[in-house]
Design a binder for this molecule. Structure first.
Ligand SMILES: [Zn+2]
Ligand SMILES: [Zn+2]
Length: 227
C-alpha cells in the first residue's frame, strides 16, 4: 500500500479511517478500497485515452482530430472515483488532490513537458470556491514546472456537465487565453475529468496558437461520451 499522505497528517485529518469505507486504514484509503478503484486498463487511444483495440489512434480521433496530441488518464469516472473527484471539487476535501495526484503521477513523464497548466477557473468562480481543484491536483505532478498564470479563463461559462454534449464545444469557444508565447514548448494540461474533451480541445487550440509544439492532457478520470 502506497502511503499517499504523511501518516501524521493523515491521522490528524482523517483519524486513521479509510475515506471511503471508514474502516481502519494506513493512508487515505484502505488497501481494499485502493485495490477496488476503477483503474483504466490498456489498450487505449493514445490521443484521447478511450478504449481502442491494439492501442491505436481511435476512429473518433482520426475522423475529427482533436487539437491536443495525447491524453493520460488513470481512472474510469464511476463509483467510487466519481465520489472522490466530487468531494475534492465541491466539498473542499483538498487532501484528495494528493491521493488523485499521486495516482496520476505514476502514469506521466514530467520530463516530457516544459510546463504544466491546470484548466483554469474564471476569477469569479475561483473567488467563490476558494481554490481550483485542477491546480491542487497539478501541484502533485510537476511542481517545478507548474505555471498557474499561463492559461486564463476570460469569461465564465455554464458548467460543461450541465450541458448536452453537442453544446459543449460552443460553450467553451473563446473562453480561454494564453498569457505568453510558447514557441516550440510542450505543455501538459491538468484536469479532474475528461468527458467530451471539448474544454481540453479548446485549451489546446489556444496553447498551439501561442506557439506550443505539443499539448498533452493529464486527467484523473475519463468517461465515455455517450451520444
Ligand atoms: Zn476502505
Ligand atoms: Zn481517440
Amino acid at each position: 500500500m502506497r502511503n499517499l499522505l504523511g501518516k501524521s497528517l493523515w491521522a490528524t485529518v482523517f483519524g486513521g479511517t479509510c475515506y471511503l469505507c471508514r474502516g481502519a486504514a494506513q493512508a487515505l484509503l484502505c488497501a481494499a478500497c485502493d485495490a477496488d478503484l476503477p483503474r483504466l486498463a490498456p489498450p487505449r487511444c493514445p490521443r484521447c485515452a478511450l478504449a481502442s483495440p491494439r492501442g491505436e489512434v481511435c476512429g473518433r480521433c482520426l475522423s475529427d482530430a482533436p487539437r491536443y496530441d495525447a491524453t493520460i488518464a488513470v481512472l474510469s469516472y464511476e463509483f467510487p472515483a466519481d465520489a472522490l473527484v466530487h468531494a475534492l471539487k465541491f466539498r473542499g476535501e483538498l487532501a484528495l488532490a494528493g491521493l488523485l495526484g499521486a495516482m496520476l503521477s505514476q502514469e506521466i513523464s514530467s520530463h516530457e513537458v516544459d510546463c504544466v497548466v491546470p484548466v483554469p477557473l474564471s476569477a469569479e468562480r475561483l473567488r467563490s470556491r476558494g481554490y481550483n481543484h485542477a491546480a491542487e491536483i497539478a501541484r502533485h505532478l510537476a511542481p517545478a514546472k507548474l505555471d498557474l498564470a499561463l492559461c486564463v479563463r476570460g469569461r465564465d461559462t455554464p458548467p460543461q456537465m450541465d450541458l448536452p454534449y453537442a453544446e459543449r464545444r460552443r460553450n467553451v469557444r473563446g473562453a480561454f487565453g494564453c498569457t505568453r508565447a510558447l514557441a516550440g514548448q510542450s505543455v501538459a494540461v491538468v484536469d479532474d475529468v475528461m468527458t467530451t474533451g471539448a474544454t481540453l480541445d479548446e485549451i489546446a487550440s489556444v496553447l498551439k496558437t501561442a506557439g506550443a509544439a505539443r499539448v498533452i492532457n493529464w486527467v484523473v478520470a475519463r468517461t465515455f461520451p455517450a451520444r
